[in-house]
Design a protein around this ligand. Structure first.
Ligand code: URA
Ligand code: CA
Length: 444
């Protein structure tokens, strides 16, 4: 086999078989296939796409490039969720303890935030003492003992993705659906869960703005997951505005705790119940997602979800007293209300701009090595469809004393730019846009 012939074959629109895809990926990882040939192959894939079999072969070849995690010492069906990235997306913080409280074990490997989307590990580390670095053995023991753990990646999972992602980033081949699907699914499959619920975001604040594209990506990932023997489904959800009200680290922990108490923002609670309901169904803990939702509601009402969050925090060395006393979380020195210049109804609220404003205040990382301020961030006080008066508060920002006034003014300007205020009332956008199940058929 020669890389040249395989690039030519893909360039001319033919499907590659499993052995050919294995050859390309293993050759790229061991250095026998150079960057320039892999770059040409990525571009050929970008233009020609991949069929279902090719996408599965690509994903499995990527999984096989490094370590894989076996969660088999943990009894039961281990269920995971993945979101394609949103702004102020507090769902993992709520779902991990909530689903575990309903009896489904959750062993979650999570990441740090880069750019305008926050990472779950950064959020958890705003809890005093919380440790996210667990060995594989510690992670498994935690899940065996308390039913849930959330930790950073250990081991060398999917090195092919690290190499390929860096290459795609500089060759204009990031936004190829099979390459995205292979990238995401290889990491989830290597992380060992038996069942997987995908939250594929669509809209203003998502990297796939068009619903049709989100659907196509979701279908491809669902087919890959099921093809690889993991029960997988996807919910397509709107990212036309930030989820919930809090965007930051400590304030999203606070929002998660409120949601686990049943006092959270309705959109965040609804999304958690929908995703969690499906997680329970795939884990065999509920016969239908709606039954799963009812089980989860009960776990919120009877306090078990909140207790499970305390167990998780305590087991990972954090101060679980934060759950009953929110003032133990880091607090910002300074806060400022961003006022509306107009009266009317919020007609648009661009999530990405809100995320960038929170990042520049210190809640996120501008580069991979920047440090974050756990107390920094913002709360959106008005969402799409809500009425606002001139001089009324759109958002409140939180930051450190001594923050450069120019930085604060830029954040204020960016938040004002994120809002569009119109004269007529606009309906709140639908949160759940579609469901994609194992046969790949969408049903509204
Ligand atoms: N997220 C990933 O992990 N990979 C992609 O290619 C795109 C988004
Ligand atoms: Ca939020």
């Amino acid at each position: 086999m020669r890389a040249y012939d395989l690039i030519l074959k893909k360039r001319n629109g033919y499907a590659l078989d499993r052995a050919e895809i294995d050859y390309i990926i293993s050759g790229y990882v061991d250095g026998s296939i150079p960057d320039y040939q892999m770059a040409a192959m990525a571009m050929a894939i970008y233009f020609r796409g991949m069929n279902k079999e090719e996408a599965l072969s690509l994903t499995e070849a990527m999984v096989n490039s490094g370590d894989t995690i076996s969660l088999s010492p943990i009894p039961g069906t281990k269920v995971d969720k993945h979101s394609t990235g949103g702004v102020g997306d507090t769902t993992t913080l709520v779902l991990a303890p909530l689903v575990a409280a309903a009896g489904a074990p959750v062993a979650k490997l999570s990441g740090r935030g880069l750019g305008h989307t926050g990472g779950t590990l950064d959020k958890l580390e705003s809890i005093p003492g919380f440790k996210t670095e667990l060995t594989m053995e510690e992670l498994i023991n935690a899940v065996r003992e308390v039913g849930v753990a959330v930790a950073g990646q250990t081991g060398n999972l999917v090195p092919a993705d690290k190499m390929l992602y860096a290459l795609r980033d500089v060759t204009a081949t990031v936004d190829s659906l099979p390459l995205i699907a292979g990238s995401i699914m290889s990491k989830k499959i290597a992380a060992g869960a038996d069942a997987l619920v995908l939250d594929v975001k669509s809209g203003d604040g998502a990297f796939l703005k068009e619903l049709s594209q989100a659907r196509e990506l979701a279908k491809m990932m669902v087919d890959i997951g099921n093809g690889a023997g993991r029960r997988t489904m996807a919910v397509i959800t709107s990212m036309d505005q930030p989820l919930g009200r809090a965007v930051g680290n400590a304030i999203e922990i606070e929002e998660a705790i409120l949601t686990l108490r049943g006092e959270g923002p309705p959109d965040l609670e609804e999304l958690c119940l929908v995703l969690g309901g499906w997680m329970l169904k795939l884990a065999g803990r509920a016969s239908e997602p709606d039954e799963g939702k009812l089980i989860l509601k009960k776990c919120i009402e009877n306090g078990e979800a909140l207790e499970k969050f305390k167990d998780l925090i305590r087991y990972q060395s954090g101060n679980e007293a934060v759950v009953d006393n929110l003032s133990l979380l880091p607090r910002a020195d300074e806060q400022l209300e961003v006022k509306s210049e107009f009266s009317g109804y919020v007609s648009r609220l661009q999530a990405e701009k809100i995320g960038i404003a929170a990042m520049t205040l210190g809640a996120g990382r501008v580069t991979k090595d920047s440090s974050i301020d756990p107390a920094a961030g913002l709360t959106v006080e008005k969402k799409i469809g809500e009425k606002v008066e001139q001089g009324g508060t759109l958002a409140t920002i939180f930051f450190k004393q001594g923050t450069d006034p120019g930085t604060v003014q830029n954040a204020v300007k960016m938040i004002r730019d994120a809002y569009e205020i119109g004269n007529s009332k606009v309906d709140e956008p639908d949160l759940i846009l579609d469901y994609i199940e194992g046969d790949g058929q969408g049903n509204e």
